[in-house]
Design a binder for this molecule. Structure first.
Ligand SMILES: [Zn+2]
Length: 357
């Protein structure tokens, strides 16, 4: 009988936390609305171009092999067993994507001749593809980020398991080892999907990229709370993480199965990002940690990098935009971050050994 009551109390707590986070988001919202450039609607001209292209398979002198399906329209209307559905759909889908891309390029060319600044198409800046990769610079930088995370993780793993002394039960003295391992997996997962998404931007890759980023931000916020408040007790850790996990899960489900709301996602991500930067900054201010300067650099660098996400400028030569630069800034920050984590494990281990003696 008590179970439904407990469940409803839990739900009330979770929705309460979601409400509080919402208020924090509103604060950020006021900021981001002012800073975000408005997207000028360019759609009517483009829609006409795409429609024409899907019928003719050409934009100007440029024609695409994927658009040859329209010659046998009977096939499309015939029963499913007479069709080559996947192949046909695939062709149709590739045709639409090619048409959209080339119509966008044609439109941007016209706008450039008139001396206009680039505008967004379907909410995205016009990028130039290189070998079929949509945003080559972002892909390369995501791969570098992934490599840096892997390097940081491996060096941390070697340090805590092979270089620092272990407890008699072969466990590490450092109390946050497991949490940093999970953090490494979350961040490598995020950079992997980021590289995939920037290679080919479709519904599925976009959702995977956004969801992994939200999951990473959520987990790193939990980690920030646990480390800065020095939460070592297992039950206390669960108490702190449960509402945050509920919030992040709700948000991921909302994005994937209800609506992929870019504005809301931006606010949620900014709120979680700012919260953890503040936590680390305050902690760096009050602690006597020998490597607190590294925290300061990461916090200030991370804050400045966040501005790049807010001041969203169009891609230079169709290649480097604010988002790509943001991916570039995270590479040195990642190096410094893992270096802080290594220092922290050494610091905690030596403190605990001194205490034991
Ligand atoms: Zn990205």
């Amino acid at each position: 009988m008590a179970a439904p009551i407990i469940l409803s109390i839990k739900l009330m707590i979770y929705s309460g936390v979601y409400q509080i986070c919402w208020s924090a988001e509103l604060l950020v919202f006021a900021l981001s609305c002012k800073l975000m450039p408005s997207t000028i609607s360019n759609l009517p001209v483009c829609r006409a171009c795409v429609e024409k292209c899907e019928k003719s398979g050409c934009v100007g002198d440029n024609c695409f092999q994927h658009c040859n399906f329209s010659s046998d329209e009977k096939l499309i209307n015939s029963p499913w067993y007479l069709q080559e559905p996947l192949y046909q759909r695939w062709k149709q889908w590739d045709c639409l994507s090619d048409c959209r891309y080339h119509c966008m390029l044609a439109r941007e060319g016209e706008r450039e001749k008139l001396g206009d600044r680039p505008v967004k198409y379907h909410g995205k800046w016009p990028f130039r593809r290189v070998f079929g990769i949509q945003e080559p610079v972002s892909v390369a930088l995501s791969a570098l980020n992934l490599a840096m995370q892997f390097h940081g993780w491996v060096s941390f793993f070697i340090l805590v398991n092979y270089k620092l002394p272990l407890r008699p039960d072969r466990k590490t003295y450092y109390e946050y080892t497991g949490l940093w391992h999970i953090y490494a997996i979350f961040s490598m997962n995020t950079w992997f999907w980021s590289a995939v998404f920037h290679t080919r931007d479709v519904d599925l890759t976009e959702k995977l990229d956004y969801s992994s980023m939200v999951a990473l931000l959520g987990f790193s916020l939990i980690l920030a709370v646990l480390r800065s408040f020095n939460v070592r007790d297992e039950a206390a850790r669960v108490m702190v993480s449960a509402p945050l996990i509920a919030l992040v899960t709700t948000h991921i489900l909302y994005l994937n199965f209800y609506q992929l709301d870019y504005g809301l996602n931006m606010k949620v991500c900014l709120a979680m990002g700012i919260a953890q930067l503040l936590l680390w900054a305050i902690w760096a201010g009050v602690t006597c940690h020998p490597s607190r300067w590294k925290l300061w650099v990461v916090v200030i660098g991370g804050g400045l990098a966040m501005l790049l996400e807010i001041y969203d400028f169009p891609p230079y030569r169709g290649l480097v935009d604010a988002h790509a630069l943001w991916h570039a800034t995270t590479i040195p920050l990642t190096y410094l971050w893992w270096s802080f984590v290594r220092d922290d494990s050494e610091f905690r281990t030596s403190t605990l050994i001194k205490k034991a003696k």
